[in-house]
Write a protein that binds this ligand. Structure first.
Ligand code: ADP
Length: 223
């Protein structure tokens, strides 16, 4: 396979359920070369026009994967979740084929643990992660929430009352509230980087980073 850096390497996506379809679709929109594999012929036909290659095959079968050339990929996503047995066998095949970057979807913590033990480099828990995100959003104070580690997140929100009309140094966003305003968006304008002199007003949107606890406290200051 052509030697490319990992940011534009072709991606192998196995399973065209909701998760795999979303992954493959977004990769195609990003103009990435994608090979999708699914046992379901109808799905494969449907996807043939959207992605570079779509092949009907059972990824539990390592010889079938070899024939397709799966071993030449440097990135693979195992998006089969509902059958833990299939997911585990597929992940093991991807490891045996020495694919360096293996992403795998897990439906439970124990499923994830097995995938990690087998050698999947990145285990994703889409439902658990979406549920945790929603828990932060339902409070209504945060408009978007992305958690990066167990304890660090980036939040989109309207500025809490105590920091409005002041610049970021005066309002003590960092010194008092222990969070960092990363970007600001005034109505009708794009997001810009925030500096110490940025004055945040009522209708602005802000992107704030910090620990989960500090962000929850900051958001709770109220609008
Ligand atoms: P989601 O919950 O994201 O919809 P599923 O786990 O239900 O995901 O999706 C499974 C998809 O993977 C289905 O389209 C199914 O046909 C496909 N699939 C299941 N087993 C295999 C396999 N052994 N090889 C290739 N594709 C498979």
């Amino acid at each position: 396979m052509v030697d490319r850096n990992k940011h534009d390497a072709p991606v192998l996506v196995i399973g065209l359920g909701r998760f795999g379809a979303a992954t493959a679709g977004q990769l195609a929109r990003l103009d990435r070369e994608v090979l999708v594999i699914d046992t379901n012929e109808e799905l494969v036909q449907k996807w043939a026009e959207r992605v570079t290659h779509a092949v009907q095959a059972d990824a539990k079968n390592i010889d079938a994967l070899r024939q397709i050339g799966a071993q030449d990929f440097s990135v693979a996503v195992c998006a089969v979740g509902s059958s833990v047995e299939a997911s585990v066998l597929i992940a093991a095949n991807l490891v045996d084929l020495k694919i360096p970057q293996i992403w795998a979807k897990a439906i439970s913590q124990s499923h994830g643990k097995i995938l990690e033990r087998i050698g999947a480099n990145h285990v994703i828990y889409p439902e658990a992660e979406a549920g945790e995100r929603v828990a932060h959003l339902v409070s209504g104070r945060m408009l978007d929430y992305i958690q990066f580690d167990d304890d660090f997140a980036l939040v989109k929100m309207y500025p809490p009352k105590p920091i409005r009309g002041l610049n970021l140094t005066e309002s003590g966003v960092r010194s008092k509230h222990n969070v960092t305003v990363v970007g600001v968006k005034s109505p009708g304008k794009p997001f810009t980087y925030a500096t110490a002199d940025t004055i945040v007003s009522n209708h602005d949107l802000i992107i704030v980073s910090g620990t989960t606890k500090d962000l929850e406290k900051f958001a709770a200051l109220g609008t």
